[in-house]
Structures are given as C-alpha cells and as structure tokens.
Design a protein around this ligand. Sequence first.
Ligand SMILES: NC(=O)c1ccc[n+]([C@@H]2O[C@H](COP(=O)([O-])OP(=O)(O)OC[C@H]3O[C@@H](n4cnc5c(N)ncnc54)[C@H](OP(=O)(O)O)[C@@H]3O)[C@@H](O)[C@H]2O)c1
Length: 247
Amino acid sequence: MNFTKKNVVICGGTTGIGFATAKKFISAGANVWITGRNEKNLKAAAERIDNPNLKTIVADASALGGIVSLEKAIAESGISIDVLLLNAAIITLKPIAQTTEEEFDQQFNTNVKGHYFTLQKLLPYLADGSSVIFTSSGSASLATLNTSVYSGSKAAINKIAQVAANELAGRKIRVNIVSPGPVATELVLSAASEQLLDHFASSTALQRLAEPDEIARAILFLASDHASFITGTELVVDGGFINYAKK
Ligand SMILES: NC(=O)c1ccc[n+]([C@@H]2O[C@H](COP(=O)([O-])OP(=O)(O)OC[C@H]3O[C@@H](n4cnc5c(N)ncnc54)[C@H](OP(=O)(O)O)[C@@H]3O)[C@@H](O)[C@H]2O)c1
C-alpha cells in the first residue's frame, strides 16, 4: 500500500501495535507523528525506526493538558491529518470487588476520555476524506473475568466510533474500529501471568497470540483507499478468539 506524503498521527505509538503501525506507514512513504507519555520511550521508538519522516510528541492522552499539547504541536506543524489512529490504552486485571476508583479512572481516562477529546481537538486538522481508526479489543464483545473496566472502556469507544462515523460522514471522513485478540505486546505480557498467556493462546482458533505486525496490516488496510466504502464498522483481527470462546 502506498501512503506517500500522507500525514499519519498515532496516539500511543511508542511500543506494540502503535509502534508496528508507525513502522509500516513509514515504509509506505508516510510522514508519521507518534505520541507517548514520556520522552524516553519516544526517543527509543524514534531510534528504532530511524527515519526523518517520523516525528514524536510527548502527550499524555489521559489528561486534557496532554491533548492540548498534541493539538498545539499539530497546529504548529501546519499539516492536515490523513490518518488518525487512536491506539493508547492501559489495563488493570482485577475483579470488580477489588478495583479502586483510581484504577477505574486511569483506564477510562486513557482508553475512552483521552480518545474522545483527542478526536474532538483534532477535528479541525483532519483532512476531508481522511480516516480515523480506534484500536478497540475483542474483549468488548466478551465478558472475561477481571476485565470489567478495560472491557467496558473498549465497549464505550466502539459506540463513540460508530457515532463519530455518522457525524463525520459529511466530510467524507471514515471512522472504523480494529479489534485485536491477544497480541504479544507489553500490555498483555506485563499484565498477564505465564499461565494466563497460555490460556489466551489456547483460546484462539489459531492457538497463538498475534504479532503486532498482523494488527498493523489491518490498520493500514482500513486507512487505505482499498477500504473506501468502509465506515462505522469493526474489523476483528483475533485469530478466531471471539468465536472460539463460544464453541
Ligand atoms: N496486546 C493485546 O493483546 C491487545 C488486545 C486487544 C486490544 N489491544 C489494544 O491495542 C492497543 C495498543 O496496545 P498494545 O498491546 O500495543 O500495548 P502497548 O505496547 O502497551 O502500547 C500502548 C501504547 O499506548 C501508549 N500510552 C499508554 N498510555 C498513554 C497515555 N496516557 N498517553 C499517551 N500514550 C499512552 C504507550 O506509550 P508510553 O508507554 O510510551 O506512554 C504505548 O505506545 C490498545 O488500545 C490495546 O487496548 C491490545
């Protein structure tokens, strides 16, 4: 796929799926801006990609101040955005009985509120005909124990994305959702035990975790002209995870 001279903004692009997607867009000729919470991770990501078309912005998506910093950086760069990937998320695995208000707020602030207001603040910079993609999760369609807040946050952004697709259609902006199953990234590797990781792998029809690259490919597809008539939909990239759980 060719994204030559297209401007791509990835909120949460330092590691995992966001990083793999940034790399793919750079290889396809795009100019890419990635965000993250700190300079250190952004610098490490930039060193790994090592391409002048990659720029970094420190912007904490969980706080309005961080979102305003991102808006300011985009305004100063003078670009219009062709692809916006709203990807950042955090997860805390706990039963409802033990979840604190702080854990609830941290996950909803990053996974839902952050993306809602990032989209709102960046609306004036989105090119007509651009593509917005939310990274959700198969967990929004399941009821996995200990994921009440995380799964709830993903179900919330699915609905926000669907409404956004309808509201932005007048500008020919397409809004879609990519829902991965379990992927081998820091998010799950750091939150899940060895036993839980084995359980995740054996819960997919394909009997393994995905590589971040496999999710990135789906994101590039949705961002491309190949998906020109696709909006308001959820592309599930889960190795059969959701259906296998029902077998
Ligand atoms: N891995 C899976 O199994 C899986 C499954 C389904 C869905 N997903 C979804 O895929 C997306 C990417 O996750 P991943 O698996 O690639 O995890 P990851 O490697 O932990 O990546 C998360 C990214 O989000 C950024 N981030 C976190 N909080 C942020 C904040 N407040 N402000 C700005 N950036 C923030 C992180 O950057 P810094 O740490 O540098 O700030 C990092 O770049 C998430 O939406 C996740 O829910 C993942």
